[in-house]
Design a protein around this ligand. Structure first.
Ligand SMILES: [Zn+2]
Ligand SMILES: [Zn+2]
Length: 191
């Protein structure tokens, strides 16, 4: 059994998986496809392959090109879907914050906390610090100062630039009569 001049593995004549150069050097079709990327001449004797072999290869190249194009289009579509999802997530988050502010204005603190919990259960939170801030602020407003402090302290440990969090942290300390801590917090709230 002859072997392929590229990969040196045997070629089964019955499977029709091979081509040959004008001098009869046999080569797997798959090996030839890769080779023709570089040259249209037999790697062994340097004779040019027949036109029909070369044109078959060109057709094959076109198909590969088409497939790549399709893949690229699919990828672009997927990216657009992800972009739209992200915009949707942002919009849902802004809507949440608006309604939380509204509930706070109406002093409906329990409902505001419920809404924060619900949102976190169902929706991907894109800004956890804002959620933590509102948990702290709402608990300050409903006079649960210990809870407020635990949320806000955790927040400022993660984000030292969150001025509003320091302000409500200070207010909560002050409400508990912890003046030194309150002063520390107010100092760190940048104006
Ligand atoms: Zn081969
Ligand atoms: Zn040859």
């Amino acid at each position: 059994m002859p072997s392929c001049i590229i990969c040196h593995e045997l070629i089964d004549q019955n499977l029709n998986l091979h081509e040959e150069c004008p001098n009869g050097h046999q080569i797997h079709k798959n090996c030839l496809k890769k080779w023709l990327d570089r040259s249209f001449h037999c790697p062994l004797c340097n004779n040019q392959y027949n036109e029909d072999i070369i044109s078959k290869f060109k057709l094959y190249q076109k198909e590969i090109q088409k497939e790549k194009q399709k893949e690229l289009e699919l990828q672009t579509q997927q990216e657009n879907i992800e972009k739209i999802q992200k915009i949707g997530e942002k919009f849902a988050f802004l809507k949440l914050i608006e309604s939380i502010k509204h509930l706070i204005n109406n002093k409906d603190y329990e409902k505001a906390l419920d809404k924060l919990n619900n949102f976190e259960d169902k929706t991907k939170v894109i800004d956890m610090h804002t959620i933590m801030f509102f948990r702290g602020k709402i608990n300050f407003l409903r006079e649960k100062y210990d809870l407020a402090i635990s949320y806000l302290f955790k927040l400022v440990k993660e984000n030292f630039n969150y001025s509003e969090a320091f302000i409500y942290l200070g207010k909560s300390y002050k409400a508990l009569g912890l003046d030194d801590q309150a002063e520390w917090a107010f100092k760190r709230a940048k104006k």
